[in-house]
Design a protein around this ligand. Structure first.
Ligand SMILES: [Zn+2]
Length: 476
């Protein structure tokens, strides 16, 4: 008996244009409540919207990056519904002619590349925000009203929570690459709704779709999908079905909880917004946008392989995010050893970023500092191991590597005379190890080298120590 999970996503992405979609109010995040507003985004009677051309451009950029067909003629429609954060009583969106039609995103699975189809990408305005206080009051902030959005709707092409996660990661990385959004989930500039259900592959019985909303991180999204997958399968096994409903993820209880049951499909009475003229998009403009589109992840990866002579794996990891790729290229400019820079970034730097769940832009040090650290190792001033220690300190304090080395007295001991004295002392204190070595126990050599390193608190030049200990042992 087998079950197949079916997952489709709807993603809302706030565009980082300077101004809102239909007025010249700032599109900056935050600000004192109700200060980024004007009669247009407040929907006061008689105020007329004027479409921001940049919103079209950003939407087209996304369409190009995701292989969609860009409409040459489109329009804006009114989606009617009542909610307090939507003062006009309708949202200006797109109904039957989206800006971008179709398209796909490729994700890398163990068994190969999988194409996740997109149904559409359309532009629309965001609504205001309700804030429910602990005292039971509801406050309204309309700063977000009229913030430009693209809504990306996928086909139900994902079959595991992992595939959905890979899709979301790729989508976010690409949107950041093409500079249409900062995709900060914690600030709501990327919001994701999930439709999920399960089919019994033998009987073809399927559960009703559950819609998951209010997911504030990819991690929460994955947990919610895994939870729902199990819940749907358990019900199918009992011969039961799910209720068509909207659920949210409860971080504390570690489960999904019902928000509301889904009744009939809402009739939004879509109608053309007569205040906004039909939109005509010329082929030349699309070509122009295509020409100036920033380098996409795949192209960057290929370039890294060629330009820096990196293995495909390295190039893939380094181009996962635009900021990481930029950090890499900047470091190489100063350090001039592409593979070594890659090793440091993929190793110690990424590990720390993942552990602390921070992004490369949150680092306290810059590419030049990392390059300087690599330089200190290359010049034999510090050992590789001390380098790792210095890097840890750079993470904490953001101090320059030379400064840390100086302050902590970490300069590598490469002075033969000085090292000789220490090696002699270690040997005289470890007679047994010398005998062991003479009897063919190679481990004794490692032990003695280790003792010398310990005596110098890791500052001795390891190659030199190795050589000297071997030589002196052989002389005995
Ligand atoms: Zn405004």
């Amino acid at each position: 008996m087998g079950y197949k999970t079916i997952i489709g996503l709807e993603i809302h992405v706030e565009l980082m244009t300077k101004t809102k979609i239909f007025c010249s109010c700032t599109n900056e995040f935050g600000g004192e409540a109700n200060t980024h507003c004007c009669p247009v985004c407040l929907g006061l009677p008689g105020a007329l919207p004027v479409l921001n051309k940049s919103v079209l451009e950003y939407g087209i950029r996304a369409g190009i990056a995701f292989n969609s067909k860009i409409a040459t003629r489109t329009k804006m429609d009114r989606k009617n519904y009542f909610y307090v954060d939507l003062v006009k009583g309708f949202q200006i969106s797109q109904d039957d002619i989206p800006l971008c039609d179709g398209g796909y995103v490729e994700i890398e699975l163990e068994e190969g590349t999988k194409k996740i189809g997109l149904t559409r990408i359309h532009i629309e305005e965001d609504t205001g925000k309700s804030i429910h206080t602990e005292d039971g009051d509801s406050l309204l902030d309309y700063n977000r009203a009229g913030v430009p959005l693209i809504e990306i709707v996928t086909e139900p092409d994902m079959n595991t929570p992992e595939e959905a996660q890979l899709f979301l990661e790729k989508l976010r990385a690409t949107l950041k690459y093409i500079e249409v959004s900062d995709c900060k989930m914690e600030e709501g500039s990327l919001r994701c709704d999930i439709n999920i259900n399960v089919v019994d592959t033998e009987t073809n019985k399927r559960t009703n779709i559950t819609e998951l909303k209010n997911l504030n991180s990819f991690r929460a999204a994955v947990k919610a999908m895994e939870y729902e997958e199990k819940r749907h399968i358990a019900l199918l096994k009992e011969g039961k079905n799910t209720v068509k409903e909207t659920r949210r993820w409860d971080e504390v209880e570690n489960k999904t909880v019902v928000m509301r049951e889904k009744g009939e499909v809402a009739d939004y009475r879509y109608a053309v917004d007569a205040d906004i003229p039909p939109i005509e998009i010329k082929e030349e403009w699309i070509e122009e946008i295509k020409k100036h589109l920033p380098e996409l992840p795949h192209d960057k990866k290929e370039r890294f392989i060629k330009e820096y002579d990196l293995p495909e794996y390295d190039a893939g990891v380094l181009t996962q995010s635009k900021d990481l790729a930029l950090f890499y290229e900047e470091t190489v400019k100063y350090a001039n050893d592409p593979k070594q820079v890659s090793n440091w970034i993929m190793g110690d730097v990424l590990r720390r970023l993942n552990d602390e769940e921070i992004e490369v832009e949150d680092l306290k040090f810059g590419p030049k500092n990392l390059a300087d650290l690599i330089g200190l190792i290359d010049d034999g001033k510090i050992s590789n191991n001390i380098g790792k220690k210095v890097l840890r300190e750079m993470f904490e304090t953001g101090k320059k590597p030379e400064e840390i080395v100086k302050e902590k007295g970490l300069i590598q001991i490469s002075d033969e005379g000085e090292l000789k004295g220490i090696v002699e002392k270690v040997l005289s204190e470890n007679e047994q190890s010398i005998i062991d070595y003479k009897n063919g126990k190679d481990r004794a050599l490692g032990f003695l080298v280790g003792q010398v390193m310990k005596a110098t608190r890791g500052k001795a030049n390891p190659q030199m120590v190795n050589k000297m200990v071997t030589e002196m042992l052989n002389e005995k």
